[in-house]
Design a protein around this ligand. Structure first.
Ligand SMILES: Cc1ncc(COP(=O)(O)O)c(C=O)c1O
Length: 405
C-alpha cells in the first residue's frame, strides 16, 4: 500500500511537470528528496551515490553543517537587500576572492551565464573605447559559456546556437591548442579572448600551458582582454583554487560561479584594475546579485575549503580516482580514453554514454553523460577512497553489462 502511494506521488510529480513546465530539460526518472554528504535519496527512500554534485555546484556535498548553520542564521537576519545599499558581506567576499584569483575588483551576479555576460560586456567596453570596430571576441570550438545571447554567441557548439541565430556579431572560433589558428584570428579588432581551462560540457578537454601563454601574449600584443571562464574548473574542482594557477598566467578577467554560493545562486567576474575601469556606475547591474544570504554562505564555503583542506583532498582523491579509471580502461576496451584533472574527470567511450548513465541510476550511482560518448565525473570534493571504490565497482559492472548488450 505504502509502495503504491509512493509510486502515485512520483507519477504525479513527473506528469504535472510535463503539463506545467516549458519543456527545456530531458530529466532522468529521479525525484530527489534530500541529500547528505555525497549521497542523495529519492522520494521512495532509495539512496544514490552522487558523482555529479548538481553539475559541480555541491562541492562540499549536501547539507554541510557549517553551510546549513549560516543559511539558517542569515535567513533570519537579512536575505535580500538591493544594490542601492551596502551590506556586510559583499566586501569581505570580494576581498577573499581577490586573494584567491590575484584580481583587483569583483562584480557579483547570480549564475555562470550572467558572469560571462558581464565579462563580455567589459571586453566590449574596453574595445570600443579604443576603436569602434574593436568588438570581436575569439573563443574556442566545442566551448560552453552559457545560454543567454552573449554567452551563447561565445559558445562553440552548433547544437545550442543554431535555433537562435543570428546571434551577437563578432564571435570567432578557433581549435583548442592550435596556436597558429589563435594567432591568425586575433587582430586589432579583437577586444577579448575567452577560454575555459578545461572544457567541461565539451567532454573534458584541457588547454595546454603553452596555449594559455600564447593566448596571453597575443591578447597583450593586440590590447585585447584575456578572459578565463573558471565557472566549472574554479574554486577547488581541479585541486587548485583556479585551474589556471598551475599555468602561471595572469588573465584580465576571471569568471566564477557553480560552487561559490554553496548551492545558492551566485556568480562573479573579477577583473584587473585597468579592465574594471571600463565600467562606471550605471553600465552594469543586477537586482539579486551579491545578496547578503548568498555572500555570507560563499564566505563560509571558502572558509570550509581552507579549514577542511578540501583542495588537498581533491588532489589526492583525483589522482586515486583517475588511476582507478585507468585500471577500468585496461579491463574494458570500450573505454577509449581517461581525461581530466583533480575531480573533473571523464571517460570517452566507443559508444553513446547515456544508456550507461541511465543504468547507473538504476544501480544507485549518479553520473553525467556529455558530448554523446563521454561520461563526466564531478563528485563532491569531500569524496573519499571508499566511495570512489564503491563507484568504480558499479562502473565496472556497468561496462561489463554494456559490453554484453
Ligand atoms: C564553463 C561554463 N561556463 C558557463 C556556464 C554557464 O553557467 P550557468 O549554468 O550557471 O549559467 C557553465 C555551466 O555549465 C560552464 O560549465
Amino acid at each position: 500500500m505504502a509502495q503504491a502511494k509512493l509510486r502515485k506521488k512520483k507519477t504525479n510529480v513527473v506528469e504535472t511537470e510535463k503539463q506545467h513546465l516549458i519543456q527545456t530539460y530531458a530529466r532522468y526518472d529521479l525525484i530527489v528528496a534530500r541529500g547528505k554528504g555525497c549521497w542523495v535519496w529519492d522520494t521512495d527512500g532509495k539512496k544514490y551515490l552522487d558523482f555529479v554534485s548538481g553539475l559541480a555546484v555541491n562541492a562540499l556535498g549536501y547539507s554541510h553543517p557549517r553551510l546549513v548553520k549560516v543559511i539558517r542564521e542569515q535567513a533570519g537576519k537579512l536575505i535580500h537587500v538591493s544594490n542601492l545599499f551596502y551590506h556586510e558581506y559583499q566586501s569581505p567576499l570580494a576581498a577573499a576572492l581577490k586573494k584567491i584569483t590575484g584580481m583587483d575588483r569583483v562584480f557579483f551576479c547570480n549564475s555562470g551565464t550572467e558572469a560571462v555576460e558581464g565579462a563580455l560586456k567589459m571586453a566590449r567596453a574596453h574595445g570600443v573605447k579604443i576603436n569602434k570596430n574593436k568588438y570581436e571576441v575569439v573563443a574556442l570550438e566545442n566551448s560552453f559559456h552559457g545560454r543567454s545571447f552573449g554567452a551563447l554567441s561565445a559558445t562553440g557548439n552548433i547544437k545550442y546556437r543554431e535555433p537562435f541565430e543570428p546571434l551577437v556579431p563578432g564571435f570567432k572560433f578557433v581549435r583548442m591548442n592550435d596556436m597558429a589558428a589563435l594567432q591568425a584570428s586575433v587582430n586589432g579588432n579583437t577586444c577579448g579572448i575567452l577560454l575555459e581551462p578545461i572544457q567541461g560540457e565539451g567532454g573534458i578537454f584541457e588547454i595546454t600551458r603553452e596555449y594559455l601563454r600564447a593566448a596571453s601574449a597575443v591578447a597583450k600584443k593586440h590590447n585585447a582582454l584575456l578572459i578565463i571562464d573558471e565557472i566549472q574548473t574554479g574554486l577547488g574542482r581541479t585541486g587548485d583554487y583556479l585551474a589556471t594557477h598551475a599555468f602561471d598566467v595572469k588573465p584580465d578577467i576571471v569568471v566564477l560561479a557553480k560552487p561559490i554560493g554553496g548551492g545558492l545562486p551566485l556568480g562573479s567576474f573579477l577583473a584587473r584594475e585597468e579592465a574594471a575601469a571600463n565600467f562606471v556606475p550605471g553600465m552594469h547591474g543586477s537586482t539579486f546579485g551579491g545578496g547578503p544570504l548568498a555572500c555570507r554562505v560563499a564566505l563560509e564555503f571558502l572558509a570550509v575549503l581552507k579549514d577542511e583542506k578540501i583542495l588537498q583532498n581533491t588532489r589526492k582523491m583525483g589522482t586515486y580516482f583517475k588511476k582507478r579509471l585507468e585500471q577500468l580502461q585496461k579491463k574494458h576496451s570500450m573505454i577509449l580514453s581517461v581525461r581530466g584533472r583533480g575531480l573533473m574527470l571523464a571517460v570517452e567511450l566507443d559508444r553513446p554514454s547515456k544508456p550507461i548513465v541511465i543504468r547507473g541510476l538504476e544501480r544507485g550511482l549518479i553520473l553525467n553523460s556529455t558530448h554523446e560518448t563521454v561520461i563526466r565525473f564531478l563528485p563532491p570534493l569531500i569524496v573519499d577512497k571508499k566511495l570512489i571504490d564503491q563507484a568504480c565497482k558499479i562502473l565496472d559492472s556497468l561496462f561489463t553489462e554494456a559490453a554484453a548488450r
